[in-house]
Design a protein around this ligand. Structure first.
Ligand SMILES: Nc1ncnc2c1ncn2[C@@H]1O[C@H](COP(=O)(O)OP(=O)(O)OP(=O)(O)O)[C@@H](O)[C@H]1O
Length: 536
């Protein structure tokens, strides 16, 4: 800690220096008058000023106050202690107005009086440093600093975030899947004064309509069958923070109307509640869908669109900012425990390759290289081998979403693991036209296991009849079955490869699940659960 003593009297400076000698890790600087004090402030940036009020024999001299005034005018908030006499009461008041932290009377100057004040200042300084460091860490994790990329597109995104973070207006964040929309939402929250409050993100496509409504709005006990206790909705849990409505395009029509009222009136009513609750949180919405098209098809409310779209942040796809690719590649590689390097050709190969999954996909590829590459120097053959042999679609996000949706379903459904197993088996057998050997290959288990497990389910009623009040297409998707109209077939090996197109709309495109069992289950982000050994 650097302390600057400013006193025109040598004896005064000596007394203070002797008292301060009792403190560890303190560097004492001295100045006798206004000008040299300002030079020391500029040059050495002291952490604390000990200022004598009068700096000459002239009884009208108020040099100590003038120093404080100039320090504040230069934008510094360096704490100051005034060293003064009882007769200078009005000067003490003036010093306090100028932001001095405390004062000590010359007649009472002793270690017992001065040192606790200085220790208090030192503690405050340490805390302040800690807060600044934590803030920086949060900014690097969640703020605009976390959003890598120095392309003009990303600079524009950062500028908009900084400009609108403090406002409470709704923001619509648009961009292809994996471009970083949720990171933008986080940054908007972290850059605002709401940062101390919760940030909650609700995926509007993850649950069937009735469940998403109760998740967002909350419900009273007894509001519907199965509502055994009151549940606070995300609008309430967000407090005075931020709520992100992700995948807003997937919100069911009747909920869109309800949300419109919430955004307009800033009040909401939990299901079954008699009174409304004021909305304190800021609402953000994100989508990768062409909302204008949805409006023209009558699937998204135009009035809600305009309400949400007060400010739009368009997060560019990787193709729109391929200048960022190398920066992202190197940044993600630097996070790995091993030091990967890339040949120029490998970088050119990666730059040329399409990235339909955008930054998320790039991160996944780097993580896979970190796990699978034999050599630290990545060349084109390594990338090509990875592309040929290793499935690159990361289905873990999809699996997580599915698991969350399943867990939120009413308990009356019975064993949720059996529900999911039945859905997987049913879908695989059906999509292979009843060929169980192909279905077993598709799932990644042997045929006998598939048959054994399927036999256990065939006595049961189909899952659809036990699905309670969920709207069918969405519920079907979340139970692993697609409605017939949208049914598509996945390749028999159930995988996609580097270079193949990834799902643009993850809600409507079947995702290839990693294979459990015989082959390695490649997971690039999180570990996929291992195979169920008890039945192997
Ligand atoms: N600019 C960026 N800098 C660093 N990492 C990024 C950036 N953009 C995205 N990512 C990474 O990509 C992943 C996906 O980001 P995010 O979830 O914010 O995308 P999204 O657009 O919301 O995706 P989705 O539409 O699928 O919900 C994150 O894990 C993050 O690590």
């Amino acid at each position: 800690m650097k302390i600057l003593i400013v006193d025109d009297q040598r004896s005064g400076r000596r007394t203070l220096r002797q008292i301060l000698a009792a403190l560890d890790e303190v560097e004492v600087l001295e100045a006798v008058g206004l000008d040299d004090a300002m030079v020391v402030v500029e040059r050495s940036a002291p952490d604390l000023l000990l200022l004598d009020v009068r700096l000459s024999d002239d009884p009208r001299d108020r040099g100590g106050l003038e120093i404080l005034r100039r320090v504040r005018a230069s934008g510094r908030s360096t704490p100051a202690l005034m060293v003064t006499s009882v007769s200078e009461l009005s000067e003490i008041r003036e010093a306090m107005r100028l932001g001095a932290q405390d004062y000590v009377l010359k007649d009472e100057l002793c270690p017992e009086m001065l040192l606790p004040i200085i220790e208090g200042q030192r503690e405050r300084l340490l805390l302040k440093g800690e807060v600044v460091r934590l803030r920086e860490r949060v900014d690097r994790t969640f703020g605009t600093k976390a959003l890598l990329g120095s392309s003009a597109g990303m600079e524009r995104v950062r500028r908009i975030i900084e400009r609108v973070a403090e406002s409470s207006k709704t923001v619509l964040i648009r961009g292809e899947t994996g471009t970083g929309k949720e990171m933008v939402a986080r940054a908007l929250h972290e850059m605002s004064s709401r940062r101390g409050e919760p940030f909650v993100a609700v995926n509007c496509s993850a649950l069937p309509g009735t469940l998403i409504e109760s998740l967002i709005f909350g419900h009273e006990r007894g509001a519907f069958t199965g509502a055994e206790k009151r549940m606070r909705g995300q609008l309430e849990l967000a407090g005075a923070g931020t709520i992100l409505l992700d995948e807003i395009a997937e919100m069911p029509g009747e909920l869109q109307a309800k949300l419109l009222r919430v955004v307009e009136d800033r009040r909401f009513r939990p299901l079954g509640a008699e009174s409304e609750i004021p909305l304190r949180a800021r609402v953000l919405a994100a989508t990768h869908v062409d909302l204008e098209k949805r409006i023209s098809e009558g699937r998204f409310r135009e009035d809600l669109f305009y309400r949400l779209n007060v400010v739009t942040v368009h997060v560019p796809s990787l193709a729109e900012r391929d200048a960022d690719l190398i920066e992202l590649l190197l940044a993600f590689s630097a996070e790995l425990p091993r030091k990967l390097r890339y040949t120029d050709d490998a970088i050119a190969w990666l730059v040329r390759r399409p990235w339909p999954g955008n930054v998320r996909e790039l991160r996944n590829v780097v993580e896979r290289l970190g796990l699978l590459a034999d050599d630290d120097l990545i060349d084109v053959p390594t990338l090509e081998e990875l592309a040929r042999e290793r499935p690159v679609v990361d289905a873990t996000a999809e699996i997580d979403r599915l698991a969350r949706a399943l867990l939120a379903l009413p308990e009356r459904l019975g064993s949720k693991l059996r529900v999911i197993e039945r859905a997987v088996l049913h879908h695989a057998i059906e999509s292979c036209g009843g060929n169980k050997a192909a279905a077993a290959r598709l799932i990644g288990v042997d045929r006998k296991m598939l048959e054994r497990r399927w036999d256990r389910h065939t006595g049961e009623e189909p899952p659809s009849s036990r699905r309670m009040s969920m709207p069918t297409p969405m519920a079907a998707r979340h139970l692993g079955e697609e409605p017939p109209s949208s049914r598509r077939h996945t390749p028999a090996n159930g995988t996609r490869h580097l270079g193949e197109e990834l799902p643009g709309n993850r809600n409507h495109t079947p995702v290839s699940l990693p294979r459990y069992g015989g082959e390695e289950a490649p997971s690039t982000r999180r570990q996929v659960p291992p195979r169920d050994h008890d039945d192997a």
